[in-house]
Design a protein. Structure first.
Length: 304
């Protein structure tokens, strides 16, 4: 019996398997990048989308499969590995699902969304409930190909969308490791007052944006107790996770940030212990964004 299914980001099935093993979760089989488990679902940072209540239907026809899904709810996102033609025929019999790209800042969709796939031509696996508001955990945005100096802005767009909050006009932000300025661009476009910290210079066009101040120094040389409180502390800085963990803990202990968004970047091996330490911080969560590579994102909000 399949009681949970975890969708690994492309290229990171092994990393997801390592995480699940550390959590005591058994993987009976893989369907593409979907790990199938007989154990109840757990929170998994490396799962783009966790199927929370999988069910199986064997021997159903194309029409019977579609009817079974429609009888439960309207919206279903397909995860296709093989049996492409049969899946397409089932999908044609379901209510159309054509999500539009988000125009950031725009809230994530709130409509109930389920997931389904064919494990075999006559074996339907589906889950009415999942952890992501997006099909296969993959949000799409209306991109800006002219303003930002790099594609890193998409990572912050996604993080803030999943956070369900973003800087408001006039709020203060500290962007650590800001160069060339992709995240600073996002924050400044929202109308925030941004201080960009990096030893390297910011892209001149970003440095000239209204509300942007630059300081050419190391993010790790800052003493949070000597800094002015900020509404948002953001970091996409390249650093070992343990070093970033110490920095985040220092800012939280000092009470100098109301929100934190930072990227945990890994080298050859994934530091699962560090990721677990971040996840254990009260008020925080760790997740793999669709835009992430060999990295995770930490989101934290101070208690009311």
């Amino acid at each position: 019996m399949i009681r949970a299914a975890y969708l690994a980001p492309e290229g990171f099935a092994r990393v997801l398997a390592e995480e699940l093993t550390r959590k005591g979760v058994t993987i009976d089989d893989w369907h593409g990048d979907l790990a199938l488990s007989p154990d109840p679902p757990v929170t998994a940072a490396w799962s783009l989308n966790t199927w929370l209540a999988p069910r199986e239907l064997a021997g159903a026809s194309i029409g019977g499969s579609a009817n079974a899904l429609r009888a439960i709810q309207r919206n279903w996102g397909a995860y296709t590995v093989d049996h492409h033609r049969r899946m397409a025929l089932i999908a044609e019999k379901l209510p159309p699902l054509r999500p539009k790209p988000l125009a950031f800042p725009q809230p994530a969709p709130t409509g109930h969304l389920g997931a389904w796939t064919l494990l075999a031509p006559d074996r339907l696996l589906f889950s009415p409930a999942q952890t992501s508001a997006f099909i296969n955990g993959a949000p799409a945005f209306i991109e800006d190909r002219d303003g930002p100096p790099s594609r890193a802005y998409l990572k912050l767009w996604e993080a803030l969308t999943l956070f369900g909050a973003w800087p408001q006009p006039g709020e203060t932000c500290l962007d650590l490791g800001a160069s060339p300025g992709g995240w600073t661009w996002v924050l400044a476009k929202l109308g925030a007052q941004v201080t960009a910290i990096d030893k390297a210079a910011l892209d001149p066009a970003i440095a000239a944006m209204p509300g942007v101040t630059t300081r050419q120094e190391s993010a790790f040389a800052l003493d949070p107790t000597q800094e002015q409180p900020v509404d948002w502390l953001c970091s996409d800085v390249i650093a070992y996770p343990d070093r970033l963990l110490a920095l985040v803990r220092a800012w939280i202990t000092a009470g100098r940030a109301r929100h934190i968004v930072c990227t945990l970047k890994f080298q050859a091996d994934t530091d699962h212990a560090a990721a677990e330490a971040f996840a254990a911080i009260p008020g925080g969560k760790v997740l793999h964004l669709f835009q992430n590579k060999h990295e995770l994102t930490f989101l934290w909000q101070s208690p009311p």
